[in-house]
Ligand binder design. Sequence first.
Ligand SMILES: NC(=O)c1ccc[n+]([C@@H]2O[C@H](COP(=O)([O-])OP(=O)(O)OC[C@H]3O[C@@H](n4cnc5c(N)ncnc54)[C@H](OP(=O)(O)O)[C@@H]3O)[C@@H](O)[C@H]2O)c1
Length: 185
Amino acid sequence: MDEKNIENNQSQVLIPPYFTFVWAEDQNGLIGKEGKLPWSLPNEMKYFVEVTTGGVVVMGRKTYESIPNPPLKNRVNIVLTRDKDYEAEGAIICHTKEDIMEAVKDIKKPIHIIGGVSLFEMFMDEVNLLYRTIVYEEFEGDTYMPKIDYKHFRVFQSKVGETDAENIYPHHFYVYERKKLAQPF
Ligand SMILES: NC(=O)c1ccc[n+]([C@@H]2O[C@H](COP(=O)([O-])OP(=O)(O)OC[C@H]3O[C@@H](n4cnc5c(N)ncnc54)[C@H](OP(=O)(O)O)[C@@H]3O)[C@@H](O)[C@H]2O)c1
């Protein structure tokens, strides 16, 4: 991967709704620890808000419950659970992938899959954009990003994150597009 900053040179126009993945992983692909993020990195939280605001965020029940004051504001929140009685204020509850497809198909906004593991696995064939942040450190934890076949994607944006007293871990923001776009709808 080119380590320089690559400015926006996306080659394809995506018309919403389209699927993205948005996540941060450490250098071993770790994404979670005991229901939370393994690190504190306010820059990454800020980037997450920038990327997802105005769109739809789709998440598993555990990820939803890891959000400090849910739902995520200024976004349509969708939560996947098998629990038919589950309620989450301000969120649409879905029980299957088909429910999610039905809920998003007429929303003319990007559909951001924000985790966890089974949500990323579920939408692996539909995703067209990847917002991947790599935190260059080794943390301890219990939840890992599922394998993505990066040969089907190309990086079109890459930015080195700024480190400071509150953001002590080196990190890098990458955005990929699928070379041959999936047509989920
Ligand atoms: N670093 C990052 O970018 C990032 C992103 C997201 C999450 N995380 C971290 O990852 C961890 C949470 O992720 P996770 O993978 O453990 O959990 P998760 O995907 O957020 O939630 C799992 C739950 O989703 C529901 N679910 C999953 N598959 C389903 C299906 N096929 N049908 C219906 N419901 C389904 C189930 O809910 P019920 O049990 O209610 O049935 C399941 O227990 C936390 O540590 C979080 O902080 C990190």
